[in-house]
Design a binder for this molecule. Structure first.
Ligand SMILES: [Zn+2]
Length: 276
């Protein structure tokens, strides 16, 4: 777990302990009935837990019923982390109400303590989960995305697996605009071909969605923030683009100057010139 989290957690602990001690010292019992509150808290807990589970379940049902590896890829990329996060928030709220649904006696101080402890626990759990989702989970997602991207596509014409063309082979199937896009920006077109029927399927993958490992903090949170074409390539001359990267976790920034190959045959190989 990272340092920021440990700091927050220990700070909370320091605040919680004295409050607990204070509460112990001042316990006076009035036999009262808290049934209606307990019932309400239990119901809220149940509803929130159900909502959280439904959101997560709904996501996975939608994912499994999504046809086609490319659609699955886009769906995971777009929704998985944010959906899981919302589901977890509902579960945490549910936990808070559940923990406070068996009340037998209460004083003003105890109310304060319960509210405070619940909020503190909720915060600790949500920080842990947020860390997992934002900084560890992407490693797992990345693996699944890679598998989806390179899973052989099935031809709708013949029902047979298609072949993924190499960067050199695919140019024939990409129009001028696509080639220019691939050359100028971190966009990748994958071309799948059914060799029997010559059926072609083209898929677009955007570089800015794809997170790399940050050289500074090592989380899988290093993304393309911006790309500038400094000099477009021509038929006879190489061009240049400047790719700005930024880490979503530690904020580390880097610029990379990349060569845009001139538009002569076999112009695909790219190589990086400098890192700053
Ligand atoms: Zn970083």
């Amino acid at each position: 777990m990272n340092r920021e989290f440990l700091k927050k957690a220990s700070l909370l602990l320091l605040l919680v302990l004295p409050t607990l001690a204070l509460a112990q010292a001042e316990e006076e019992d009035k036999p009262e009935n808290y049934d209606s509150w307990n019932h309400m808290a239990q119901n809220i807990a149940l509803v929130c837990a159900a909502l959280g589970l439904l959101i997560a379940l709904g996501y996975f049902i939608k994912l499994t019923t999504t046809k086609g590896s490319k659609d699955k890829y886009d769906f995971i990329n777009k929704y998985e982390i944010s959906t899981l996060w919302v589901a977890v928030i509902f579960i945490i709220i549910s936990g808070c109400f559940f923990a406070n649904s068996g009340i037998t006696h209460l004083t003003p101080v105890l109310i304060g303590v319960r509210v405070f402890v619940s909020a503190a626990m909720a915060l600790i759990v949500s920080v842990i989960v947020q860390n997992l989702l934002k900084f560890y989970y992407p490693f797992y997602i990345e693996k699944r995305l890679k598998a989806l991207r390179y899973q052989p596509r099935i031809s709708p014409k013949t029902g047979k697996p298609m072949k993924l063309l190499s960067e050199e082979e695919e140019d024939v199937y990409l129009d001028e605009g696509m080639q220019a896009e691939e050359n100028a920006f971190s966009v990748d077109y994958d071309v799948w071909i059914d060799e029997e029927s010559k059926y072609v399927q083209i898929e677009k993958y955007a570089g800015h969605l794809h997170a790399l490992q940050c050289p500074e903090c090592n989380y899988q949170t290093f993304k393309i923030a911006k790309e500038e074409v400094l000099k477009p390539s021509t038929d006879t001359e190489d061009g240049e683009r400047l790719v700005h990267y930024q880490c979503g976790y530690c904020g580390y920034k880097a610029k990379k100057l990349e060569v845009i190959r001139k538009r002569s045959p076999n112009n695909k190989a790219e190589h990086s010139a400098a890192t700053a």
